[in-house]
Design a protein around this ligand. Structure first.
Ligand code: DQA
Length: 152
């Protein structure tokens, strides 16, 4: 199937170190493995993906600034920034793109501060604790949102 909607998949701080993080929370994959897996999920349902990762908040914000006209929707796993970066929330908001927040680990069942998300009320969905499978669900959810509201 031809690649349809363009999905920007954005990983934030420390996610480049996925292969060195606690496997009980994050599994064994490297970020590259994860990105290849997500690309496969997307291809199965006719979506195209582009990937970005940074440990620099300003670089992450600037990538969001550039998304207009380059992507149709966003998947964001901002790592620890999720819990405190209002700058990233503002930048995501200004893309006006449908977005889904994904976490590999179950942020509801870890430290209390991980329950807080700056993306609350902004993303169409928050998926956490489902590992890589969470990204498949996010892609499906964004595809549905884009089909239901074309030209949004
Ligand atoms: C994470 C959860 C965050 O709390 C944490 O800071 C991360 C990864 C996840 O994918 O489970 O870096 O976003």
């Amino acid at each position: 199937m031809a690649a349809g909607y363009r999905i920007e998949v954005m990983h934030g701080v420390n996610l480049d170190m996925l292969h060195r993080r606690d496997p009980t929370h994050y599994g064994e994959m490297s970020l590259l493995d994860l990105e290849r897996t997500i690309e496969g999920f997307a291809r199965e349902i006719g979506l195209s993906t582009r990937f970005f990762q940074s440990n620099f908040e300003g670089a992450f914000v600037e990538r969001l600034h550039l998304l207009e006209g380059q992507a149709d929707a966003v998947i964001v796993n901002a790592g620890a920034w999720t819990h405190y970066s209002w700058a990233i929330r503002d930048a995501l908001e200004l893309t006006k793109l449908p977005a889904v927040e994904v976490h590999l680990s179950d942020v509801e069942k870890r430290d209390p501060w991980r329950k807080i998300s700056v993306f609350d009320g902004l993303c169409i969905e928050k998926i956490s604790g489902k590992g890589p499978e969470g990204y498949r669900l996010a892609l499906q959810s964004l595809q549905k949102a884009l089909k239901d509201a074309p030209g949004r």
